[in-house]
Design a protein around this ligand. Structure first.
Ligand code: 5RP
Length: 217
Protein backbone atom coordinates (compact mmCIF):
# COMPACT_ATOMS: atom_id res chain seq x y z
CA UNK A 1 0.00 0.00 0.00
CA UNK A 2 1.20 3.53 -0.79
CA UNK A 3 0.89 6.81 1.11
CA UNK A 4 -0.21 9.89 -0.85
CA UNK A 5 0.21 13.21 0.96
CA UNK A 6 -2.44 15.72 -0.12
CA UNK A 7 -1.11 19.27 0.05
CA UNK A 8 -4.21 21.44 0.06
CA UNK A 9 -4.34 24.53 2.29
CA UNK A 10 -0.63 25.32 2.32
CA UNK A 11 1.67 27.82 0.61
CA UNK A 12 4.21 26.65 -1.96
CA UNK A 13 7.10 27.59 0.34
CA UNK A 14 5.68 25.65 3.30
CA UNK A 15 4.72 22.70 1.07
CA UNK A 16 8.28 22.37 -0.26
CA UNK A 17 9.71 22.54 3.27
CA UNK A 18 7.28 19.89 4.57
CA UNK A 19 7.79 17.65 1.53
CA UNK A 20 11.57 17.72 1.98
CA UNK A 21 11.16 16.56 5.61
CA UNK A 22 8.74 13.72 4.76
CA UNK A 23 10.06 12.57 1.37
CA UNK A 24 11.27 9.25 2.85
CA UNK A 25 7.82 8.35 4.21
CA UNK A 26 5.56 9.47 1.35
CA UNK A 27 5.19 7.75 -2.03
CA UNK A 28 3.06 10.29 -3.90
CA UNK A 29 2.93 14.05 -3.45
CA UNK A 30 -0.50 15.44 -4.32
CA UNK A 31 -0.72 19.05 -5.41
CA UNK A 32 -4.26 19.49 -4.03
CA UNK A 33 -7.13 21.34 -5.70
CA UNK A 34 -6.94 24.44 -3.44
CA UNK A 35 -3.15 24.50 -3.89
CA UNK A 36 -3.62 24.44 -7.69
CA UNK A 37 -6.16 27.27 -7.44
CA UNK A 38 -3.62 29.29 -5.46
CA UNK A 39 -0.43 28.44 -7.35
CA UNK A 40 -1.41 26.81 -10.66
CA UNK A 41 0.87 24.42 -12.54
CA UNK A 42 3.87 26.35 -11.16
CA UNK A 43 3.48 24.22 -7.99
CA UNK A 44 3.59 21.00 -10.05
CA UNK A 45 6.72 22.21 -11.88
CA UNK A 46 8.44 23.13 -8.61
CA UNK A 47 7.64 19.73 -7.09
CA UNK A 48 8.91 17.93 -10.20
CA UNK A 49 12.16 19.98 -10.07
CA UNK A 50 12.70 19.38 -6.34
CA UNK A 51 11.54 15.75 -6.15
CA UNK A 52 12.53 14.08 -9.43
CA UNK A 53 12.25 10.58 -7.90
CA UNK A 54 8.71 11.03 -6.55
CA UNK A 55 5.31 10.33 -8.04
CA UNK A 56 3.33 13.57 -8.36
CA UNK A 57 -0.43 13.86 -8.67
CA UNK A 58 -2.17 17.06 -9.75
CA UNK A 59 -5.64 16.99 -8.17
CA UNK A 60 -7.29 18.92 -10.98
CA UNK A 61 -10.77 17.37 -10.54
CA UNK A 62 -11.35 17.94 -14.26
CA UNK A 63 -15.00 18.46 -15.28
CA UNK A 64 -14.62 19.58 -18.91
CA UNK A 65 -11.99 20.18 -21.61
CA UNK A 66 -10.38 16.90 -20.58
CA UNK A 67 -7.56 16.69 -23.12
CA UNK A 68 -6.45 20.30 -22.67
CA UNK A 69 -6.55 20.34 -18.88
CA UNK A 70 -4.94 16.90 -18.48
CA UNK A 71 -2.24 17.95 -20.97
CA UNK A 72 -1.37 20.99 -18.84
CA UNK A 73 -0.65 18.75 -15.85
CA UNK A 74 1.52 16.29 -17.78
CA UNK A 75 3.45 19.13 -19.47
CA UNK A 76 4.16 20.48 -15.97
CA UNK A 77 5.56 17.12 -14.86
CA UNK A 78 2.66 15.38 -13.12
CA UNK A 79 2.46 11.59 -13.27
CA UNK A 80 -1.28 11.65 -12.58
CA UNK A 81 -4.16 14.09 -12.86
CA UNK A 82 -7.72 13.62 -11.63
CA UNK A 83 -11.06 13.83 -13.45
CA UNK A 84 -14.49 13.63 -11.82
CA UNK A 85 -16.63 10.51 -12.28
CA UNK A 86 -19.76 12.71 -12.36
CA UNK A 87 -18.68 14.34 -15.61
CA UNK A 88 -19.46 13.07 -19.09
CA UNK A 89 -17.70 9.87 -20.14
CA UNK A 90 -16.37 11.80 -23.16
CA UNK A 91 -14.35 14.05 -20.84
CA UNK A 92 -12.92 11.03 -19.01
CA UNK A 93 -11.99 9.40 -22.33
CA UNK A 94 -10.30 12.62 -23.48
CA UNK A 95 -8.16 12.63 -20.31
CA UNK A 96 -7.23 8.97 -20.86
CA UNK A 97 -6.21 9.65 -24.47
CA UNK A 98 -4.04 12.58 -23.41
CA UNK A 99 -2.42 10.52 -20.64
CA UNK A 100 -1.54 7.84 -23.18
CA UNK A 101 0.42 10.38 -25.25
CA UNK A 102 2.60 11.18 -22.23
CA UNK A 103 2.69 7.62 -20.83
CA UNK A 104 0.96 8.92 -17.67
CA UNK A 105 -2.21 8.00 -15.79
CA UNK A 106 -5.57 9.43 -14.76
CA UNK A 107 -7.42 8.84 -11.49
CA UNK A 108 -11.20 9.14 -11.63
CA UNK A 109 -12.47 10.80 -8.43
CA UNK A 110 -15.86 9.47 -7.25
CA UNK A 111 -16.75 12.51 -5.09
CA UNK A 112 -20.55 13.08 -5.08
CA UNK A 113 -21.13 10.35 -7.67
CA UNK A 114 -24.59 8.76 -7.45
CA UNK A 115 -25.10 5.13 -8.61
CA UNK A 116 -21.48 4.13 -8.06
CA UNK A 117 -22.24 0.56 -9.07
CA UNK A 118 -23.36 1.53 -12.58
CA UNK A 119 -20.79 4.31 -13.01
CA UNK A 120 -17.76 2.15 -12.13
CA UNK A 121 -18.82 -0.42 -14.72
CA UNK A 122 -19.28 2.30 -17.38
CA UNK A 123 -15.93 3.97 -16.81
CA UNK A 124 -13.93 0.73 -16.60
CA UNK A 125 -15.57 -0.27 -19.89
CA UNK A 126 -13.89 2.74 -21.56
CA UNK A 127 -10.46 1.98 -20.11
CA UNK A 128 -10.34 3.58 -16.66
CA UNK A 129 -7.83 1.70 -14.49
CA UNK A 130 -7.35 4.06 -11.52
CA UNK A 131 -10.18 5.16 -9.23
CA UNK A 132 -10.05 7.48 -6.25
CA UNK A 133 -12.85 6.87 -3.74
CA UNK A 134 -13.39 10.23 -2.09
CA UNK A 135 -15.54 11.91 0.53
CA UNK A 136 -14.79 15.63 0.45
CA UNK A 137 -13.97 18.04 3.25
CA UNK A 138 -17.50 19.52 3.38
CA UNK A 139 -19.09 16.06 3.58
CA UNK A 140 -16.59 15.04 6.27
CA UNK A 141 -17.85 18.00 8.33
CA UNK A 142 -21.24 16.26 8.60
CA UNK A 143 -19.70 12.94 9.63
CA UNK A 144 -19.25 11.09 6.33
CA UNK A 145 -16.28 8.78 5.69
CA UNK A 146 -15.25 6.96 2.49
CA UNK A 147 -15.26 3.48 4.07
CA UNK A 148 -18.62 2.26 2.75
CA UNK A 149 -17.99 3.69 -0.72
CA UNK A 150 -14.59 1.94 -0.75
CA UNK A 151 -16.26 -1.38 0.10
CA UNK A 152 -18.80 -0.78 -2.68
CA UNK A 153 -16.16 0.12 -5.28
CA UNK A 154 -13.92 -2.82 -4.29
CA UNK A 155 -16.88 -5.15 -4.83
CA UNK A 156 -17.62 -3.77 -8.31
CA UNK A 157 -14.23 -2.85 -9.76
CA UNK A 158 -12.71 -5.47 -12.01
CA UNK A 159 -9.46 -3.87 -13.12
CA UNK A 160 -8.59 -0.67 -11.27
CA UNK A 161 -6.03 0.33 -8.68
CA UNK A 162 -7.96 2.15 -5.96
CA UNK A 163 -7.00 5.09 -3.80
CA UNK A 164 -9.13 6.39 -0.96
CA UNK A 165 -9.42 9.86 0.61
CA UNK A 166 -11.57 11.65 3.10
CA UNK A 167 -10.43 12.50 6.60
CA UNK A 168 -8.17 9.45 7.05
CA UNK A 169 -5.91 9.56 10.08
CA UNK A 170 -3.13 7.46 11.60
CA UNK A 171 -5.66 5.70 13.89
CA UNK A 172 -8.15 4.88 11.08
CA UNK A 173 -5.79 3.82 8.28
CA UNK A 174 -6.06 0.09 9.12
CA UNK A 175 -9.78 0.13 8.26
CA UNK A 176 -8.90 1.11 4.69
CA UNK A 177 -6.07 -1.38 4.41
CA UNK A 178 -8.42 -4.20 5.50
CA UNK A 179 -10.85 -3.33 2.70
CA UNK A 180 -8.00 -3.43 0.17
CA UNK A 181 -7.12 0.14 -0.81
CA UNK A 182 -3.95 0.34 -2.90
CA UNK A 183 -3.22 3.97 -1.98
CA UNK A 184 -4.28 5.90 1.11
CA UNK A 185 -4.52 9.67 0.69
CA UNK A 186 -4.01 11.81 3.77
CA UNK A 187 -4.30 15.61 3.82
CA UNK A 188 -5.51 17.21 7.04
CA UNK A 189 -4.47 14.13 9.03
CA UNK A 190 -0.86 15.14 8.38
CA UNK A 191 -1.00 18.87 7.60
CA UNK A 192 -3.19 19.75 10.60
CA UNK A 193 -1.48 17.36 13.04
CA UNK A 194 0.41 18.85 15.99
CA UNK A 195 3.60 17.37 14.48
CA UNK A 196 3.11 16.82 10.72
CA UNK A 197 6.55 15.24 10.18
CA UNK A 198 6.18 12.71 13.02
CA UNK A 199 2.64 11.92 11.83
CA UNK A 200 3.79 11.37 8.23
CA UNK A 201 6.54 9.09 9.55
CA UNK A 202 4.05 7.09 11.67
CA UNK A 203 1.64 6.77 8.73
CA UNK A 204 4.39 5.85 6.26
CA UNK A 205 5.83 3.24 8.61
CA UNK A 206 2.41 1.69 9.23
CA UNK A 207 1.38 1.72 5.56
CA UNK A 208 4.65 0.31 4.26
CA UNK A 209 4.60 -2.42 6.92
CA UNK A 210 1.21 -3.53 5.50
CA UNK A 211 2.93 -3.82 2.12
CA UNK A 212 5.81 -5.94 3.44
CA UNK A 213 3.36 -8.16 5.37
CA UNK A 214 1.50 -8.70 2.11
CA UNK A 215 4.69 -9.35 0.17
CA UNK A 216 5.95 -11.97 2.62
CA UNK A 217 2.50 -13.56 3.13
O1 5RP B 1 -9.23 16.28 -2.45
C1 5RP B 1 -9.31 16.73 -1.34
C2 5RP B 1 -10.38 17.67 -0.98
O2 5RP B 1 -11.28 17.82 -2.05
C3 5RP B 1 -8.31 16.33 -0.30
O3 5RP B 1 -7.02 16.42 -0.84
C4 5RP B 1 -8.58 14.91 0.19
O4 5RP B 1 -9.87 14.86 0.74
C5 5RP B 1 -7.55 14.49 1.24
O5 5RP B 1 -7.57 15.39 2.30
P1 5RP B 1 -8.19 14.99 3.73
O6 5RP B 1 -7.34 13.86 4.24
O7 5RP B 1 -8.02 16.25 4.58
O8 5RP B 1 -9.62 14.60 3.51
Amino acid sequence: MKLQLALDDISLTDALILAEKVRDYVDIFEIGSPFIIAEGMHAVREFRRNFPEKEILADTKIMDAGAYEAGLTFEAGADYCTVLSVTDTLTIQACLEEAKKYNKQVFVDTICSPNLDERIKEIEAVGVDSISVHVGVDQQAVGKTPLNALKEVKAISKTSQISVAGGIKVNTVEEYEKVGADIVIVGGGINHAADPVATAKALGTKIHSFTSENVTA
